[in-house]
Design a protein around this ligand. Structure first.
Ligand code: PEP
Ligand code: MG
Length: 572
Protein backbone atom coordinates (compact mmCIF):
# COMPACT_ATOMS: atom_id res chain seq x y z
CA UNK A 1 0.00 0.00 0.00
CA UNK A 2 1.28 3.44 -0.94
CA UNK A 3 -0.22 6.87 -0.29
CA UNK A 4 0.22 9.96 -2.44
CA UNK A 5 -0.84 13.47 -1.63
CA UNK A 6 -2.26 15.77 -4.26
CA UNK A 7 -4.88 18.49 -4.61
CA UNK A 8 -8.51 17.42 -4.18
CA UNK A 9 -9.98 18.76 -7.41
CA UNK A 10 -13.41 17.14 -7.45
CA UNK A 11 -15.10 15.76 -4.33
CA UNK A 12 -16.06 12.12 -3.86
CA UNK A 13 -14.42 8.74 -3.40
CA UNK A 14 -13.63 6.34 -6.24
CA UNK A 15 -12.17 2.85 -6.03
CA UNK A 16 -11.17 1.07 -9.25
CA UNK A 17 -8.26 -0.20 -11.29
CA UNK A 18 -5.71 2.20 -12.75
CA UNK A 19 -5.78 2.93 -16.47
CA UNK A 20 -2.77 4.84 -17.69
CA UNK A 21 -3.55 7.39 -20.34
CA UNK A 22 -0.31 8.26 -22.00
CA UNK A 23 0.34 10.32 -25.05
CA UNK A 24 2.27 7.75 -27.10
CA UNK A 25 5.69 8.63 -28.41
CA UNK A 26 5.30 8.34 -32.15
CA UNK A 27 8.49 10.05 -33.21
CA UNK A 28 9.47 8.74 -36.61
CA UNK A 29 13.05 8.59 -37.82
CA UNK A 30 14.17 8.25 -41.40
CA UNK A 31 16.08 5.01 -42.02
CA UNK A 32 17.58 3.57 -45.16
CA UNK A 33 16.41 0.05 -45.91
CA UNK A 34 17.77 -2.44 -48.40
CA UNK A 35 15.07 -5.14 -48.39
CA UNK A 36 12.12 -3.09 -49.59
CA UNK A 37 9.95 -6.20 -50.19
CA UNK A 38 10.16 -7.01 -46.48
CA UNK A 39 9.46 -3.37 -45.59
CA UNK A 40 6.32 -3.27 -47.76
CA UNK A 41 5.20 -6.48 -46.09
CA UNK A 42 5.77 -4.95 -42.66
CA UNK A 43 3.65 -1.98 -43.76
CA UNK A 44 0.87 -4.27 -45.00
CA UNK A 45 0.87 -6.19 -41.75
CA UNK A 46 0.55 -2.96 -39.75
CA UNK A 47 -2.41 -2.01 -41.95
CA UNK A 48 -4.07 -5.38 -41.31
CA UNK A 49 -3.51 -5.14 -37.55
CA UNK A 50 -4.96 -1.62 -37.55
CA UNK A 51 -8.00 -2.79 -39.51
CA UNK A 52 -8.66 -5.63 -37.07
CA UNK A 53 -8.32 -3.26 -34.15
CA UNK A 54 -10.64 -0.74 -35.76
CA UNK A 55 -13.27 -3.42 -36.45
CA UNK A 56 -13.25 -4.32 -32.74
CA UNK A 57 -13.39 -0.68 -31.70
CA UNK A 58 -16.18 -0.02 -34.18
CA UNK A 59 -18.43 -2.82 -32.96
CA UNK A 60 -17.73 -1.82 -29.39
CA UNK A 61 -18.55 1.82 -30.18
CA UNK A 62 -21.77 0.78 -31.87
CA UNK A 63 -22.85 -1.14 -28.78
CA UNK A 64 -21.75 1.36 -26.16
CA UNK A 65 -21.77 4.76 -27.77
CA UNK A 66 -24.21 4.64 -30.66
CA UNK A 67 -24.05 4.93 -34.41
CA UNK A 68 -22.59 8.42 -34.56
CA UNK A 69 -19.36 7.47 -32.81
CA UNK A 70 -19.15 4.16 -34.69
CA UNK A 71 -19.35 6.05 -37.98
CA UNK A 72 -15.99 7.67 -37.23
CA UNK A 73 -14.34 4.25 -37.23
CA UNK A 74 -16.05 3.22 -40.48
CA UNK A 75 -14.47 6.29 -42.04
CA UNK A 76 -11.08 5.23 -40.64
CA UNK A 77 -11.50 1.74 -42.09
CA UNK A 78 -12.21 3.26 -45.49
CA UNK A 79 -8.97 5.23 -45.34
CA UNK A 80 -7.08 2.02 -44.57
CA UNK A 81 -8.40 0.43 -47.73
CA UNK A 82 -7.78 3.39 -49.98
CA UNK A 83 -5.16 2.64 -52.65
CA UNK A 84 -4.73 6.39 -53.20
CA UNK A 85 -3.06 6.55 -49.80
CA UNK A 86 -1.50 3.07 -49.59
CA UNK A 87 0.12 2.87 -53.03
CA UNK A 88 2.13 6.10 -52.75
CA UNK A 89 3.52 4.83 -49.42
CA UNK A 90 4.63 1.55 -50.95
CA UNK A 91 6.07 3.37 -53.97
CA UNK A 92 8.02 5.67 -51.67
CA UNK A 93 9.46 2.73 -49.70
CA UNK A 94 10.74 1.29 -52.97
CA UNK A 95 11.83 4.41 -54.82
CA UNK A 96 13.48 6.17 -51.86
CA UNK A 97 14.61 3.00 -49.97
CA UNK A 98 13.14 4.39 -46.76
CA UNK A 99 11.43 2.73 -43.79
CA UNK A 100 7.65 2.28 -43.80
CA UNK A 101 6.87 4.68 -40.94
CA UNK A 102 8.82 7.46 -42.63
CA UNK A 103 7.19 6.83 -46.03
CA UNK A 104 3.77 6.82 -44.34
CA UNK A 105 4.45 10.05 -42.48
CA UNK A 106 5.64 11.90 -45.59
CA UNK A 107 2.69 10.71 -47.66
CA UNK A 108 0.08 11.32 -44.97
CA UNK A 109 1.45 14.80 -44.16
CA UNK A 110 1.16 15.71 -47.83
CA UNK A 111 -2.50 14.59 -48.00
CA UNK A 112 -3.37 16.20 -44.68
CA UNK A 113 -2.04 19.61 -45.65
CA UNK A 114 -3.65 19.36 -49.10
CA UNK A 115 -7.09 18.51 -47.65
CA UNK A 116 -6.81 20.99 -44.81
CA UNK A 117 -6.12 23.85 -47.17
CA UNK A 118 -9.37 23.18 -49.04
CA UNK A 119 -12.28 25.35 -48.04
CA UNK A 120 -14.54 22.34 -47.72
CA UNK A 121 -15.77 20.81 -44.49
CA UNK A 122 -15.90 17.29 -45.92
CA UNK A 123 -12.26 17.36 -47.08
CA UNK A 124 -11.15 18.80 -43.76
CA UNK A 125 -12.81 15.91 -41.96
CA UNK A 126 -10.94 13.50 -44.26
CA UNK A 127 -7.70 15.19 -43.23
CA UNK A 128 -8.57 14.45 -39.61
CA UNK A 129 -9.33 10.82 -40.47
CA UNK A 130 -5.98 10.42 -42.21
CA UNK A 131 -4.20 11.93 -39.22
CA UNK A 132 -5.89 9.53 -36.79
CA UNK A 133 -5.36 6.47 -38.94
CA UNK A 134 -1.72 7.33 -39.54
CA UNK A 135 -1.24 7.55 -35.79
CA UNK A 136 -2.66 4.06 -35.35
CA UNK A 137 -0.63 2.45 -38.15
CA UNK A 138 2.53 4.23 -36.99
CA UNK A 139 1.86 2.88 -33.49
CA UNK A 140 1.84 -0.65 -34.89
CA UNK A 141 4.98 -0.08 -36.93
CA UNK A 142 6.79 1.24 -33.86
CA UNK A 143 5.25 -1.27 -31.45
CA UNK A 144 3.61 1.47 -29.36
CA UNK A 145 0.04 1.21 -27.91
CA UNK A 146 -2.49 3.92 -28.78
CA UNK A 147 -4.94 4.48 -25.90
CA UNK A 148 -8.64 5.03 -26.64
CA UNK A 149 -10.08 6.74 -23.56
CA UNK A 150 -13.55 7.19 -25.00
CA UNK A 151 -13.84 3.42 -25.48
CA UNK A 152 -13.00 2.26 -21.97
CA UNK A 153 -15.56 -0.37 -21.01
CA UNK A 154 -14.73 -1.33 -17.43
CA UNK A 155 -14.59 0.76 -14.30
CA UNK A 156 -11.25 2.56 -14.10
CA UNK A 157 -9.34 5.39 -12.53
CA UNK A 158 -7.54 7.36 -15.22
CA UNK A 159 -3.89 8.05 -14.45
CA UNK A 160 -2.15 10.70 -16.55
CA UNK A 161 0.65 13.22 -16.49
CA UNK A 162 -1.91 15.84 -17.34
CA UNK A 163 -5.35 15.73 -18.92
CA UNK A 164 -6.30 18.31 -21.46
CA UNK A 165 -9.82 19.70 -21.17
CA UNK A 166 -10.74 17.82 -24.36
CA UNK A 167 -9.39 14.52 -22.96
CA UNK A 168 -11.54 15.17 -19.93
CA UNK A 169 -14.59 15.92 -22.04
CA UNK A 170 -14.26 12.54 -23.75
CA UNK A 171 -14.25 10.54 -20.53
CA UNK A 172 -17.21 8.22 -20.26
CA UNK A 173 -18.70 8.77 -16.83
CA UNK A 174 -20.14 5.29 -16.70
CA UNK A 175 -16.70 3.70 -16.61
CA UNK A 176 -14.33 6.44 -15.56
CA UNK A 177 -14.82 6.52 -11.81
CA UNK A 178 -12.07 8.98 -11.02
CA UNK A 179 -8.79 10.42 -12.18
CA UNK A 180 -5.44 11.45 -10.87
CA UNK A 181 -2.69 13.43 -12.54
CA UNK A 182 0.91 14.45 -11.93
CA UNK A 183 0.36 18.13 -12.64
CA UNK A 184 -2.44 20.68 -12.39
CA UNK A 185 -4.16 22.66 -9.66
CA UNK A 186 -7.72 23.18 -8.39
CA UNK A 187 -8.37 25.77 -11.06
CA UNK A 188 -6.82 23.97 -14.04
CA UNK A 189 -9.52 23.33 -16.59
CA UNK A 190 -9.38 19.55 -16.38
CA UNK A 191 -10.16 19.89 -12.66
CA UNK A 192 -13.02 22.25 -13.40
CA UNK A 193 -14.43 19.78 -15.92
CA UNK A 194 -14.07 16.88 -13.48
CA UNK A 195 -16.32 18.79 -11.11
CA UNK A 196 -18.99 19.32 -13.75
CA UNK A 197 -18.82 15.64 -14.69
CA UNK A 198 -18.95 14.84 -10.95
CA UNK A 199 -15.92 12.55 -11.27
CA UNK A 200 -13.75 12.45 -8.11
CA UNK A 201 -10.27 13.73 -8.96
CA UNK A 202 -6.91 14.37 -7.34
CA UNK A 203 -4.49 16.46 -9.39
CA UNK A 204 -0.92 17.62 -8.88
CA UNK A 205 0.34 14.42 -7.19
CA UNK A 206 3.68 14.89 -9.02
CA UNK A 207 4.26 11.11 -9.07
CA UNK A 208 1.01 9.38 -10.13
CA UNK A 209 2.39 8.17 -13.47
CA UNK A 210 5.60 7.02 -11.82
CA UNK A 211 3.90 5.02 -9.09
CA UNK A 212 0.80 3.62 -10.77
CA UNK A 213 0.92 0.65 -13.10
CA UNK A 214 -2.02 -0.38 -15.28
CA UNK A 215 -4.51 -2.59 -13.45
CA UNK A 216 -3.42 -1.87 -9.87
CA UNK A 217 -6.30 -1.05 -7.49
CA UNK A 218 -6.45 2.64 -6.55
CA UNK A 219 -8.53 4.78 -4.23
CA UNK A 220 -9.01 8.42 -5.24
CA UNK A 221 -10.18 10.60 -2.38
CA UNK A 222 -11.14 13.87 -4.06
CA UNK A 223 -12.33 15.29 -0.75
CA UNK A 224 -8.93 15.28 0.96
CA UNK A 225 -6.67 15.00 -2.09
CA UNK A 226 -5.35 11.51 -1.28
CA UNK A 227 -4.53 8.66 -3.65
CA UNK A 228 -4.02 5.21 -2.15
CA UNK A 229 -2.35 2.55 -4.27
CA UNK A 230 -2.98 -1.16 -3.71
CA UNK A 231 -5.00 -0.61 -0.51
CA UNK A 232 -5.49 -3.26 2.19
CA UNK A 233 -8.96 -4.73 2.75
CA UNK A 234 -9.27 -2.65 5.88
CA UNK A 235 -8.47 0.58 4.02
CA UNK A 236 -10.94 -0.27 1.26
CA UNK A 237 -13.64 -0.77 3.91
CA UNK A 238 -12.75 2.53 5.54
CA UNK A 239 -13.06 4.40 2.21
CA UNK A 240 -16.30 2.63 1.32
CA UNK A 241 -17.69 4.00 4.57
CA UNK A 242 -16.36 7.47 3.71
CA UNK A 243 -18.05 7.16 0.31
CA UNK A 244 -21.35 6.27 2.02
CA UNK A 245 -21.17 9.23 4.37
CA UNK A 246 -20.37 11.51 1.40
CA UNK A 247 -23.52 10.21 -0.30
CA UNK A 248 -25.54 10.76 2.89
CA UNK A 249 -24.20 14.31 3.11
CA UNK A 250 -25.23 14.89 -0.51
CA UNK A 251 -28.74 13.64 0.27
CA UNK A 252 -28.91 16.14 3.12
CA UNK A 253 -27.86 19.00 0.85
CA UNK A 254 -30.36 17.88 -1.78
CA UNK A 255 -33.22 18.91 0.51
CA UNK A 256 -32.55 22.52 -0.50
CA UNK A 257 -32.62 21.86 -4.22
CA UNK A 258 -35.79 23.83 -4.89
CA UNK A 259 -35.23 26.51 -2.28
CA UNK A 260 -33.97 30.05 -2.88
CA UNK A 261 -30.66 31.06 -1.34
CA UNK A 262 -31.43 33.24 1.66
CA UNK A 263 -29.36 34.14 4.71
CA UNK A 264 -30.91 33.69 8.15
CA UNK A 265 -31.61 37.44 8.22
CA UNK A 266 -33.54 37.33 4.96
CA UNK A 267 -30.96 38.51 2.38
CA UNK A 268 -31.15 36.76 -1.00
CA UNK A 269 -28.11 36.05 -3.16
CA UNK A 270 -28.09 34.21 -6.47
CA UNK A 271 -26.33 30.85 -6.64
CA UNK A 272 -25.44 30.13 -10.24
CA UNK A 273 -23.41 27.42 -11.94
CA UNK A 274 -20.48 27.34 -14.32
CA UNK A 275 -20.95 25.15 -17.38
CA UNK A 276 -18.82 24.08 -20.33
CA UNK A 277 -21.37 22.34 -22.57
CA UNK A 278 -25.16 22.22 -23.05
CA UNK A 279 -25.13 18.76 -21.40
CA UNK A 280 -23.95 20.36 -18.16
CA UNK A 281 -27.32 22.12 -17.75
CA UNK A 282 -28.82 18.89 -16.41
CA UNK A 283 -26.37 18.95 -13.49
CA UNK A 284 -27.13 22.64 -12.87
CA UNK A 285 -30.85 21.99 -12.50
CA UNK A 286 -30.36 18.80 -10.48
CA UNK A 287 -28.14 20.74 -8.10
CA UNK A 288 -30.59 23.60 -7.72
CA UNK A 289 -28.72 26.24 -9.75
CA UNK A 290 -30.68 29.49 -10.01
CA UNK A 291 -28.82 30.60 -13.14
CA UNK A 292 -25.81 29.91 -15.31
CA UNK A 293 -23.23 32.45 -14.16
CA UNK A 294 -20.56 31.35 -16.63
CA UNK A 295 -20.88 29.36 -19.82
CA UNK A 296 -17.31 28.67 -20.94
CA UNK A 297 -17.97 28.55 -24.68
CA UNK A 298 -14.41 27.59 -25.60
CA UNK A 299 -15.21 23.90 -25.08
CA UNK A 300 -17.39 24.13 -28.19
CA UNK A 301 -14.22 24.95 -30.11
CA UNK A 302 -12.09 22.19 -28.59
CA UNK A 303 -11.59 18.50 -29.35
CA UNK A 304 -12.19 19.07 -33.06
CA UNK A 305 -10.27 20.04 -36.16
CA UNK A 306 -11.88 23.29 -37.18
CA UNK A 307 -13.89 26.20 -35.85
CA UNK A 308 -17.55 25.49 -35.06
CA UNK A 309 -19.91 27.04 -37.58
CA UNK A 310 -22.39 29.77 -36.70
CA UNK A 311 -25.20 27.18 -36.93
CA UNK A 312 -23.48 24.74 -34.53
CA UNK A 313 -22.94 27.54 -32.06
CA UNK A 314 -26.48 28.83 -32.44
CA UNK A 315 -27.80 25.32 -31.63
CA UNK A 316 -25.63 25.04 -28.52
CA UNK A 317 -26.56 28.49 -27.16
CA UNK A 318 -30.25 28.01 -27.97
CA UNK A 319 -30.23 24.63 -26.21
CA UNK A 320 -28.72 26.08 -23.05
CA UNK A 321 -31.13 29.03 -23.01
CA UNK A 322 -34.15 26.81 -23.58
CA UNK A 323 -33.12 24.25 -20.99
CA UNK A 324 -32.66 27.02 -18.43
CA UNK A 325 -36.28 28.10 -19.05
CA UNK A 326 -35.91 31.84 -18.68
CA UNK A 327 -33.34 31.73 -15.89
CA UNK A 328 -30.36 34.00 -16.46
CA UNK A 329 -27.53 32.57 -18.61
CA UNK A 330 -24.24 34.47 -18.75
CA UNK A 331 -22.33 33.39 -21.83
CA UNK A 332 -18.67 34.23 -22.00
CA UNK A 333 -17.25 34.78 -25.47
CA UNK A 334 -14.31 32.68 -26.61
CA UNK A 335 -11.57 32.52 -23.97
CA UNK A 336 -8.95 30.46 -25.73
CA UNK A 337 -5.34 30.37 -24.65
CA UNK A 338 -3.50 29.50 -21.44
CA UNK A 339 -4.27 25.82 -20.86
CA UNK A 340 -7.05 25.83 -23.47
CA UNK A 341 -5.42 25.33 -26.84
CA UNK A 342 -6.93 25.18 -30.32
CA UNK A 343 -4.27 23.38 -32.37
CA UNK A 344 -6.11 24.04 -35.64
CA UNK A 345 -5.64 27.80 -35.28
CA UNK A 346 -1.90 27.10 -35.54
CA UNK A 347 -0.98 29.99 -33.28
CA UNK A 348 2.73 30.47 -32.64
CA UNK A 349 4.04 28.83 -29.45
CA UNK A 350 4.46 31.43 -26.74
CA UNK A 351 6.83 31.68 -23.79
CA UNK A 352 3.99 32.67 -21.46
CA UNK A 353 0.68 31.47 -22.88
CA UNK A 354 -1.33 32.78 -19.89
CA UNK A 355 0.03 36.26 -20.63
CA UNK A 356 -0.16 36.00 -24.35
CA UNK A 357 -2.32 36.28 -27.41
CA UNK A 358 -5.57 34.92 -26.02
CA UNK A 359 -9.24 35.47 -25.23
CA UNK A 360 -10.49 38.97 -26.14
CA UNK A 361 -7.06 39.89 -27.51
CA UNK A 362 -7.35 37.19 -30.15
CA UNK A 363 -11.04 37.91 -30.78
CA UNK A 364 -10.48 41.60 -31.44
CA UNK A 365 -7.71 40.67 -33.85
CA UNK A 366 -9.32 37.67 -35.59
CA UNK A 367 -12.66 39.38 -35.90
CA UNK A 368 -14.33 36.80 -38.15
CA UNK A 369 -14.08 34.23 -35.35
CA UNK A 370 -15.52 36.74 -32.88
CA UNK A 371 -18.28 38.03 -35.15
CA UNK A 372 -19.45 34.49 -35.96
CA UNK A 373 -19.83 33.77 -32.27
CA UNK A 374 -21.62 37.04 -31.58
CA UNK A 375 -24.07 36.44 -34.44
CA UNK A 376 -24.85 32.97 -33.11
CA UNK A 377 -25.40 34.39 -29.63
CA UNK A 378 -27.58 37.27 -30.80
CA UNK A 379 -29.74 34.93 -32.88
CA UNK A 380 -30.16 32.62 -29.89
CA UNK A 381 -31.00 35.50 -27.57
CA UNK A 382 -34.75 35.24 -28.11
CA UNK A 383 -34.85 31.73 -26.61
CA UNK A 384 -34.19 32.74 -23.02
CA UNK A 385 -32.53 35.22 -20.71
CA UNK A 386 -29.11 35.83 -22.29
CA UNK A 387 -26.32 37.94 -20.88
CA UNK A 388 -22.97 38.26 -22.68
CA UNK A 389 -19.57 38.88 -21.15
CA UNK A 390 -16.08 39.32 -22.50
CA UNK A 391 -13.06 37.56 -20.96
CA UNK A 392 -9.63 38.93 -20.06
CA UNK A 393 -10.51 42.59 -20.44
CA UNK A 394 -7.48 44.68 -19.48
CA UNK A 395 -8.40 48.11 -20.80
CA UNK A 396 -11.55 50.19 -21.12
CA UNK A 397 -10.92 50.45 -24.85
CA UNK A 398 -10.94 46.68 -25.25
CA UNK A 399 -14.36 46.54 -23.64
CA UNK A 400 -15.69 49.41 -25.76
CA UNK A 401 -14.34 47.84 -28.93
CA UNK A 402 -15.83 44.42 -28.14
CA UNK A 403 -19.19 45.96 -27.31
CA UNK A 404 -19.15 48.06 -30.49
CA UNK A 405 -18.60 44.91 -32.57
CA UNK A 406 -21.48 43.23 -30.76
CA UNK A 407 -23.75 46.18 -31.53
CA UNK A 408 -22.63 46.21 -35.16
CA UNK A 409 -23.55 42.55 -35.54
CA UNK A 410 -26.86 43.18 -33.82
CA UNK A 411 -27.68 46.00 -36.24
CA UNK A 412 -26.72 43.83 -39.22
CA UNK A 413 -28.95 40.98 -38.06
CA UNK A 414 -31.85 43.33 -37.48
CA UNK A 415 -31.35 44.81 -40.94
CA UNK A 416 -31.64 41.25 -42.28
CA UNK A 417 -34.98 40.93 -40.49
CA UNK A 418 -33.76 38.70 -37.63
CA UNK A 419 -35.22 39.23 -34.19
CA UNK A 420 -32.73 39.84 -31.44
CA UNK A 421 -33.59 40.30 -27.76
CA UNK A 422 -33.54 43.93 -26.73
CA UNK A 423 -32.52 43.54 -23.14
CA UNK A 424 -29.23 41.62 -23.38
CA UNK A 425 -26.96 42.76 -20.58
CA UNK A 426 -23.32 43.12 -21.60
CA UNK A 427 -20.65 42.68 -18.97
CA UNK A 428 -17.05 41.64 -18.49
CA UNK A 429 -14.87 39.33 -16.50
CA UNK A 430 -12.66 41.06 -13.97
CA UNK A 431 -9.65 38.76 -13.91
CA UNK A 432 -6.77 41.11 -14.63
CA UNK A 433 -5.68 43.26 -11.68
CA UNK A 434 -5.55 46.38 -13.90
CA UNK A 435 -9.28 46.17 -14.53
CA UNK A 436 -10.04 45.62 -10.84
CA UNK A 437 -8.01 48.67 -9.86
CA UNK A 438 -9.96 50.98 -12.19
CA UNK A 439 -13.28 49.17 -11.80
CA UNK A 440 -14.90 52.60 -11.25
CA UNK A 441 -14.10 53.48 -14.87
CA UNK A 442 -15.33 50.16 -16.21
CA UNK A 443 -18.48 50.37 -14.09
CA UNK A 444 -19.67 53.28 -16.22
CA UNK A 445 -19.51 51.10 -19.35
CA UNK A 446 -20.72 47.67 -18.30
CA UNK A 447 -24.04 46.22 -17.16
CA UNK A 448 -22.33 43.83 -14.75
CA UNK A 449 -19.02 42.38 -13.63
CA UNK A 450 -18.10 38.77 -13.03
CA UNK A 451 -14.92 38.36 -11.03
CA UNK A 452 -12.76 35.56 -12.38
CA UNK A 453 -10.67 34.74 -9.36
CA UNK A 454 -8.87 31.80 -10.97
CA UNK A 455 -7.00 34.22 -13.17
CA UNK A 456 -7.23 37.25 -10.91
CA UNK A 457 -5.32 35.32 -8.23
CA UNK A 458 -2.79 33.92 -10.71
CA UNK A 459 -2.06 37.38 -12.09
CA UNK A 460 -2.07 39.20 -8.75
CA UNK A 461 0.20 36.66 -7.06
CA UNK A 462 2.24 36.05 -10.24
CA UNK A 463 1.74 32.30 -9.80
CA UNK A 464 0.87 30.04 -12.72
CA UNK A 465 -2.42 28.30 -11.92
CA UNK A 466 -1.21 25.11 -13.63
CA UNK A 467 1.98 24.79 -11.65
CA UNK A 468 1.66 22.71 -8.47
CA UNK A 469 5.11 23.93 -7.30
CA UNK A 470 3.63 27.38 -6.72
CA UNK A 471 0.10 26.29 -5.83
CA UNK A 472 0.63 27.60 -2.29
CA UNK A 473 0.32 31.05 -3.84
CA UNK A 474 -3.23 30.35 -4.96
CA UNK A 475 -4.49 32.36 -1.99
CA UNK A 476 -8.10 33.42 -2.40
CA UNK A 477 -8.20 34.81 1.16
CA UNK A 478 -5.05 36.86 0.81
CA UNK A 479 -5.97 40.42 1.82
CA UNK A 480 -4.52 41.64 -1.52
CA UNK A 481 -7.17 39.64 -3.35
CA UNK A 482 -9.93 40.60 -0.92
CA UNK A 483 -9.12 44.28 -1.33
CA UNK A 484 -9.25 44.01 -5.14
CA UNK A 485 -12.63 42.27 -4.89
CA UNK A 486 -13.86 45.03 -2.58
CA UNK A 487 -12.78 47.71 -5.06
CA UNK A 488 -14.78 45.98 -7.78
CA UNK A 489 -17.94 45.46 -5.72
CA UNK A 490 -17.97 49.00 -4.35
CA UNK A 491 -17.33 50.54 -7.78
CA UNK A 492 -20.14 48.53 -9.36
CA UNK A 493 -22.66 49.25 -6.63
CA UNK A 494 -21.92 52.97 -6.87
CA UNK A 495 -23.07 52.83 -10.49
CA UNK A 496 -26.05 50.59 -9.67
CA UNK A 497 -24.50 47.54 -11.39
CA UNK A 498 -24.41 43.98 -10.05
CA UNK A 499 -21.33 41.88 -9.39
CA UNK A 500 -20.94 38.13 -9.66
CA UNK A 501 -17.98 35.88 -9.14
CA UNK A 502 -17.37 32.87 -11.36
CA UNK A 503 -13.91 31.80 -10.23
CA UNK A 504 -13.61 28.74 -8.00
CA UNK A 505 -13.41 30.99 -4.95
CA UNK A 506 -17.16 31.64 -5.19
CA UNK A 507 -17.92 28.11 -3.99
CA UNK A 508 -15.32 27.96 -1.24
CA UNK A 509 -16.69 27.63 2.28
CA UNK A 510 -14.10 29.94 3.85
CA UNK A 511 -14.60 32.56 1.14
CA UNK A 512 -18.40 32.54 1.21
CA UNK A 513 -18.91 34.41 4.53
CA UNK A 514 -16.27 36.96 3.49
CA UNK A 515 -17.82 37.54 0.06
CA UNK A 516 -21.28 37.86 1.56
CA UNK A 517 -19.95 40.54 3.89
CA UNK A 518 -18.28 42.34 0.97
CA UNK A 519 -21.64 42.51 -0.82
CA UNK A 520 -21.22 40.06 -3.71
CA UNK A 521 -24.56 39.66 -5.53
CA UNK A 522 -24.11 36.44 -7.45
CA UNK A 523 -21.96 33.38 -6.71
CA UNK A 524 -21.26 31.13 -9.69
CA UNK A 525 -19.56 27.79 -9.10
CA UNK A 526 -19.29 24.15 -10.10
CA UNK A 527 -22.83 22.74 -9.97
CA UNK A 528 -21.87 20.30 -7.21
CA UNK A 529 -20.86 23.15 -4.91
CA UNK A 530 -24.27 24.86 -5.08
CA UNK A 531 -26.14 22.84 -2.47
CA UNK A 532 -23.36 22.89 0.14
CA UNK A 533 -23.08 26.65 -0.45
CA UNK A 534 -26.83 27.14 -0.07
CA UNK A 535 -26.81 25.16 3.16
CA UNK A 536 -23.95 27.27 4.48
CA UNK A 537 -25.50 30.61 3.43
CA UNK A 538 -28.85 29.72 5.02
CA UNK A 539 -27.05 29.60 8.38
CA UNK A 540 -25.22 32.93 7.95
CA UNK A 541 -26.37 36.41 8.90
CA UNK A 542 -25.59 39.01 6.26
CA UNK A 543 -25.42 41.70 8.95
CA UNK A 544 -22.87 39.74 10.93
CA UNK A 545 -20.68 39.05 7.88
CA UNK A 546 -20.77 42.76 7.05
CA UNK A 547 -19.70 43.70 10.52
CA UNK A 548 -16.39 41.84 9.98
CA UNK A 549 -15.57 43.51 6.64
CA UNK A 550 -13.16 46.23 7.80
CA UNK A 551 -11.41 43.95 10.25
CA UNK A 552 -10.78 41.28 7.61
CA UNK A 553 -9.59 43.80 5.01
CA UNK A 554 -7.03 45.18 7.44
CA UNK A 555 -5.39 41.80 8.07
CA UNK A 556 -1.98 41.07 6.64
CA UNK A 557 -1.91 37.36 5.80
CA UNK A 558 -4.04 34.57 4.42
CA UNK A 559 -3.51 32.56 7.59
CA UNK A 560 -4.89 35.34 9.73
CA UNK A 561 -7.99 35.60 7.58
CA UNK A 562 -8.55 31.84 7.59
CA UNK A 563 -8.20 31.56 11.33
CA UNK A 564 -10.59 34.46 11.88
CA UNK A 565 -13.24 33.03 9.55
CA UNK A 566 -12.97 29.56 11.05
CA UNK A 567 -13.35 30.86 14.57
CA UNK A 568 -16.21 33.21 13.85
CA UNK A 569 -18.19 30.99 11.50
CA UNK A 570 -17.56 27.66 13.21
CA UNK A 571 -15.79 25.98 10.31
CA UNK A 572 -13.38 23.14 10.93
C1 PEP B 1 -11.46 32.69 -13.91
O1 PEP B 1 -10.40 33.05 -14.42
O2 PEP B 1 -11.70 32.80 -12.69
C2 PEP B 1 -12.52 32.09 -14.71
C3 PEP B 1 -13.71 31.84 -14.20
O3 PEP B 1 -12.23 31.77 -15.99
P1 PEP B 1 -11.38 30.49 -16.42
O4 PEP B 1 -11.26 29.59 -15.21
O5 PEP B 1 -12.13 29.82 -17.51
O6 PEP B 1 -10.10 31.08 -16.84
MG1 MG C 1 -10.17 33.21 -16.57
Amino acid sequence: MLEMKGIGASAGIAIAKAYRLEEPNLTVEKKNISDFEAEVKRFEEAIEQSKKELETIKSHALKELGEDKAEIFSAHLLVLSDPELLNPVKDKIKSDSVNAEFALKETADMFVSMFESMDNEYMQERAADIRDVTKRVTGHLLGVDIPNPSLISEEVIIVAGDLTPSDTAQLNRRFVKGFTTDIGGRTSHSAIMARSLEIPAVVGTKVATKELQNGVLVIVDGINGDVIVDPSQETIKQYEEKHQSFLAQKAEWAKLVNEPTVTNDGHHVELAANIGTPDDVKGVLENGGEAVGLYRTEFLYMGRDQLPTEEEQFDAYKTVLERMEGKSVVVRTLDIGGDKELPYLELPKEMNPFLGYRAIRLCLDEQEIFRTQLRALLRASTYGNLKIMFPMIATVNEFKEAKAILLEEKAKLQAEGQTVADDIEVGMMVEIPASAVIADQFAKEVDFFSIGTNDLIQYTMAADRMNEQVSYLYQPYNPAILRLITIVIEAAHKEGKWVGMCGEMAGDEIAIPILLGLGLDEFSMSATSILPARTQISKLSKKETESFKEQILSMSTTEEVVQFVKENFHLS
